[in-house]
Design a protein around this ligand. Structure first.
Ligand code: JAB
Length: 244
């Protein structure tokens, strides 16, 4: 996979070498390119030089804050996006980022993360590239607002790259983790067997793999029911919990 990140804070992504992603890059599973959006802002749309390398302007229709300029983003993305590449725009106004979407994106030949700042990117940018035939995803990590797309992009990059075949040493760990089967992961324990009066569930020491697997699935279902009923289908929850 080729990963391209366009941002006005390229230094933010120096930490990519530290995370799991560093191993993937070393294994040549992922090629990462971080681009400074301002490199495409040195020349204005009218051809005159812009020493300030301006990337934003005030919003049409008024309102607080500034909007990132379509012409600057267009020059950058024209250079960075490859045929078959997926444009990912982190935004609180996006569709939810889920494990299912991460699995989907892990098969893409190229992901281009457009990290907005200020009040976001001119809406014509995703519109233009979608009409040009690219897959464009405006995606949200959750219902909260960050100062920009960089933190969200970093989280999405980690969630996606760890799912690339060959990336994780133990592929089974991916199968067993939270959300892999639509449920939250069961509780895990390790030595000591008793800690501050709290004992590890005996079934986990029984050596009976069938019982252990059953207990773990029951724990996943109970946790999901208690913490994330929104993930469960009505038939599993029963009509009472989902009744209006
Ligand atoms: N919730 C997300 S992804 C976001 C991006 C920028 N601000 O919030």
């Amino acid at each position: 996979m080729r990963l391209d990140i366009v941002t006005i804070f390229p230094e933010f992504f120096s930490a990519l070498d530290v995370s799991l992603l560093g191993k993937a890059r070393a294994a040549e599973l992922v090629e990462t390119n971080v681009h400074d959006l301002r490199d495409w802002a040195a020349i204005r749309a009218d051809g005159t030089p812009d020493v300030h390398r301006t990337v934003d302007d005030s919003p049409f229709g008024g309102g607080a804050g500034m909007v990132m300029k379509a012409d600057v983003w267009g020059k950058a993305l024209d250079d960075v996006l490859e045929p078959g590449g997926v444009l990912v725009v982190p935004t609180p106004a996006g569709v939810p980022f889920t494990q299912a979407l991460a699995l989907d994106l892990a098969t893409a030949p190229q992901l281009v993360f457009a990290c907005g700042r200020y009040e976001g990117i001119d809406a014509r940018v995703p519109e233009h590239y979608a009409s040009a035939g690219f897959r464009v995803l405006e995606v949200s990590l959750g219902d909260y607002v960050l100062n920009g797309g960089e933190v969200a992009a970093f989280a999405m990059i980690e969630a996606v790259t760890r799912l690339i075949p060959g990336f994780m040493g133990n592929a089974q760990s991916i199968v067993e983790e939270s959300h892999a089967d639509g449920l939250l992961e069961y509780p895990s324990y390790t030595r000591p067997a008793s800690w501050r009066g709290l004992d590890v569930p005996e079934v986990l020491m029984s050596g009976h793999h069938g019982k252990i697997e059953k207990w773990r699935h029951e724990q996943s279902e109970q946790r999901t029911r208690e913490r994330r009923p929104d993930l469960l289908s009505p038939d599993l929850l029963g009509p009472d919990l989902l009744a209006p």
